[in-house]
Design a binder for this molecule. Structure first.
Ligand SMILES: [Zn+2]
Length: 208
């Protein structure tokens, strides 16, 4: 899968076990206040192309660990933190399960989404939307069920192709981003070596 990985949850600071999400440790059940993005909370890579099955699997797994009954014995503070974490987890799942919400959320990592939304006001697709809406009103007024169904089919097709275009753009964006991050890391690595060489030569030339 392309796309940048979310900052993965590290090992548990209490017991050292690997955590799927920073929210809760599967071994010692230590809970933490929600921090990080929705992908990280669910232990998923930050990408448009999420695996819906995996999302549900992670959600169910983490929800069980955060269940009030499971943390009840740990005291008032842990119980409160677990409730907060469970709420954040279910909000993250709602957000990522909806393709439109997920797309907007992902875009927010790359810049000002509000401005981009406004810039589409002049787009010609709005004319197409209005045409379909007009056809729907006419068909409704005339009780033309066949035409209504045809309009629904057309709107569904447009929705499908728009979402497909979103997916294509994010795939290209994530691919480019992954490559550039790697290029930046390689260049930084080279710069570090050259920095060492420069320091070494400077030391030799200033001492003489
Ligand atoms: Zn632990």
């Amino acid at each position: 899968m392309s796309g940048l990985r979310s900052p993965r949850a590290r090992s548990c600071s209490r017991c050292g076990a690997r955590r799927l999400s920073a929210l809760v440790c599967p071994e010692c059940r230590a809970v933490e206040r929600p921090a990080g993005d929705a992908f990280a909370l669910l232990g998923l890579p930050r990408s448009w192309a999420i695996d819906a099955g995996l999302l549900e699997e992670h959600y169910t797994f983490l929800s069980r660990l955060l269940d009030p009954d499971a943390v009840q014995s740990r005291g008032e503070e842990d119980w409160r933190v677990a409730a907060e974490a469970a709420e954040a987890l279910s909000a993250a799942r709602r957000l990522l399960s909806d393709p439109l919400e997920r797309g907007r959320y992902l875009l927010s990592f790359y810049g000002d989404v509000e401005d981009r939304e406004r810039s589409t006001d002049s787009s010609e697709f709005l004319t197409q939307v209005m045409e379909v809406q007009k056809a729907v009103s006419q068909a409704e007024a005339e009780g033309d069920v066949a035409r209504l169904k045809a309009a629904r089919l057309e709107a569904e097709e447009r929705l499908g192709s728009s979402l497909f275009a979103v997916g294509q753009s994010f795939a290209r964006l994530e691919q480019a981003l992954t490559e550039e991050v790697k290029a930046a890391a390689d260049a930084l690595n080279a710069a570090q070596y050259w920095g060492g060489v420069v320091d070494e030569i400077r030391n030799k030339t200033t001492s003489q």
